[in-house]
Write a protein that binds this ligand. Structure first.
Ligand code: TTP
Ligand code: MG
Length: 360
């Protein structure tokens, strides 16, 4: 079975400056520059979009920013507030996936392949994330939706600020063909200059080079460039919390005695769990079912395998475990299933380029 990914990259707009504008409404509509003060030797941390119109940008000296935009509001950063706001942003993101990888205070990847809400549409999930951030924090974020990290991150920058852009699996390869190499993940100024000398300006030029030729010129990174040029990026979203188990349970609205209904519910749960395992590159060795009967008595049945569980035998195992309970004879109020004995696998997930475009 092939598990493709749905990845969202979230990046807050003009983060420090937006927090300042939010906390001081008098700044609204004016150019705002956060960082070193104009008469200092400091640099610009960020500028809001009004100030950017004058050419001010991050890492520029405060003195130069002042020459470009003397009438801007210059503010010292309030890191404590940005850190707290960042924590709130990440808390919102975790509601949509527990596979969240923060990259900085204002940026994170989410793998939402296992989120079946919003009709399973990553685009609708991204919209919901943006809405929650505006509603709860009064800040705007830009979102990029795609089937890998490389393209999700590019997508979040396409319609900034307050943007939402989707690069669908079927469009990825074409998109990359037209992408300047300077925007490729891992290609910095020096490599970009070297590529230009070799006549490589955009993805399409890279495709004309064999992987071997790229490796000859750029070392191991050549393998990476060859992958990116095809619109591929196998890096999984790496969330930090390590888990011991992954499970799901529900309480029925009414007690249920019918074996098939209960089996069906457990199968639905295990399908979700298997997707979650796959998107994290995890394997599980133990499966446990939990049954709570109508009188609250509980039955736990478990089986461990030397080999990792796979979609096929996990289902037959659940059926087998269920037969060791009184399900079918006694009313049941709650059922749950958990997998444990987790190990991380280095095997990369296969990706289908034309996968599920319809609900991306
Ligand atoms: P960015 O996300 O790069 O920039 P931004 O959020 O200000 O603007 P946008 O994403 O809309 O283009 O960085 C996030 C914050 O990190 C930024 O608000 C301030 C800080 N930062 C610095 O302090 N120095 C820097 O050189 C950069 C790039 C960012
Ligand atoms: Mg940002």
């Amino acid at each position: 079975m092939i598990y493709p990914r749905k990845i969202i990259h979230i990046d807050m707009d003009a983060f420090y400056a937006s927090v300042e504008e939010r906390d001081n409404p008098e700044l609204k509509g004016r150019p705002v520059i956060v960082g070193g003060l104009p008469n200092s030797r400091g640099v610009v941390a960020t500028a809001n979009y009004e100030a950017r119109r004058y050419g001010v940008h991050s890492a520029m000296s405060a003195a130069q920013a002042y020459r470009l935009c003397p009438f801007a509001e210059y503010l010292r950063p309030r890191f404590e507030v940005y850190r707290e706001t960042s924590r709130q942003v990440m808390e919102i993101l975790h509601r949509f996936s527990d596979c969240v990888e923060p990259l900085s205070l204002d940026e994170a990847y989410l793998d939402v392949s296992g989120n079946m809400d919003y009709q399973g549409s990553a685009t609708l999930i991204a919209r919901a994330i943006k809405d929650a951030i505006i509603k709860e924090l009064c800040l705007t974020a830009s979102a990029g939706v795609s089937y890998n990290k490389f393209l999700a991150k590019i997508a979040s920058g396409l319609n900034k600020p307050d943007g939402l852009a989707v690069i669908r699996p079927k469009d990825g390869p074409d998109f990359v063909r037209n992408l300047p190499v300077g925007q490729f993940h891992g290609i910095g100024k020096a490599t970009e200059a070297k590529m230009k000398k070799l006549g490589i300006h955009q993805g399409a030029d890279l495709l004309n080079w064999s992987q071997n030729a790229l490796v000859l010129h750029f070392g191991k990174a050549g393998y990476w460039y060859a992958l990116l040029a095809k619109g591929e990026d196998p890096r999984p979203v790496r969330h930090h919390r390590q888990r011991q188990s992954l499970g799901h349970e529900i309480t029925f609205a009414h007690d249920i005695t019918d074996m098939e209904t209960i089996l069906e519910e457990l199968m639905r749960q295990i399908d979700k769990i298997m997707v979650k395992l796959a998107v994290r590159n995890w394997l599980a060795h133990t499966v446990t079912i939990k049954i709570k009967y109508g009188d609250f008595e509980q039955a736990i049945r478990s089986k461990t395998f030397r080999q990792a569980l796979n979609q096929k035998h996990i289902r037959s195992t659940i059926r087998e475990l269920l037969q060791k309970t009184k399900v079918g004879n006694r009313p049941v109020r709650l059922v749950g299933v958990t997998v444990s004995g987790l190990e991380e696998t280095s095997a990369m997930l296969l990706q289908t380029p034309l996968w599920q475009d319809r609900i991306f």
